[in-house]
Design a protein around this ligand. Structure first.
Ligand SMILES: Nc1ncnc2c1ncn2[C@@H]1O[C@H](COP(=O)(O)OP(=O)(O)OP(=O)(O)O)[C@@H](O)[C@H]1O
Length: 261
């Protein structure tokens, strides 16, 4: 059974804007999938429908055997502990330290009161420190997040997602605000999280070259529809053109010799 299955997922904003149109695909446990497409194609909407930060208008989403669209608020909270999310602008609490932000990843497991009082078990703290170490942030543990670089902030975002002990991580343009060096560090971490921790990863990206380099599978979206779903090897310049339409000129040259077909 697939870990995640979408069937005919459609999302309208208001009556006019069709952001997703009959999206269907499934993702197996352990896959590393990138979603590419031009600005406004529906990539963010798609990711946010998966964990119901946005409510789809129709369709079905099954995660780990559960129909996510039928869950009560309480059940949804539990579901979200299993699906970590990483954002382009990190969504950290800037005035709090790295360790405090990372521990926020445990809030989904707590009563509101315990959460408000910041009550975390020693085990939770140990786990948070271990993950911070894995992400190379051990020297920053007690630094406030507003004193970190973008790349470091994103690593805090990843640590916060990992401390949840998720089955899957959704990454909404995680490197869009980072320089190439910091982007590589983030993508390398995400790849390792998938291959070594066996966590399924879905990443929205703007950069086709990055998608080609890192993932097993690329889903191309244009105007809310899946127009490509396959391996990086299958992504020819014609396919890029279908995904990006008139915006594809520069991207095709970026493909280099590997897939230019
Ligand atoms: N809250 C909203 N209200 C109305 N329309 C929206 C809303 N959010 C997104 N849209 C529209 O839905 C469509 C898909 O937007 P979405 O942000 O999902 O695309 P995207 O592929 O993530 O774009 P980008 O790469 O620029 O972030 C666009 O036409 C957008 O204008």
């Amino acid at each position: 059974m697939a870990l995640l299955e979408l069937k005919n997922v459609t999302k309208y904003y208001g009556k006019e804007t069709l952001a997703l149109s009959n999206i269907s695909f499934s993702v197996e446990a352990g896959e590393f999938v990138t979603v590419i497409g031009p600005s406004g194609a529906g990539k963010s909407t798609l990711l946010r429908c998966i964990n119901r930060l946005i409510e789809p208008s129709s369709g079905e989403i099954t995660f780990h055997g559960v129909n996510t669209l039928k869950l009560s608020q309480n059940e949804l909270r539990k579901l979200r502990t299993q699906i970590g999310m990483i954002f382009q602008h990190y969504n950290l609490v800037d005035r709090l330290t790295v360790i405090e932000n990372v521990l926020h990843g445990r809030l989904g497991y707590k009563s509101t009161l315990a959460g408000v009082l910041g009550r975390y078990s020693q085990e939770e703290k140990n786990r948070a420190f271990r993950i911070i170490e894995i992400l190379g942030l051990h020297d920053q543990v007690y630094k406030r997040c507003d004193q970190l670089s973008g790349g470091q902030k994103q690593r805090v975002g990843i640590a916060r997602a990992l401390v949840q002990n998720p089955k899957m991580i959704l990454c909404d343009e995680p490197i869009a605000s980072l320089d190439p060096n910091a982007s590589k560090i983030i993508m390398d971490h995400l790849k390792r999280i998938c291959t070594e921790m066996k966590i399924t990863v879905i990443v929205n990206l703007h950069q086709v070259q990055v998608a080609l380099k890192y993932t097993d599978r690329i889903i191309g979206i244009n105007k809310g529809r899946v127009v490509f779903d396959g391996s990086p090897e299958g992504l020819t310049s014609e396919q890029i053109h279908v995904i990006y339409g008139t915006e594809s000129g520069d991207l095709i040259t970026d493909l280099g010799e590997k897939n230019a077909g």
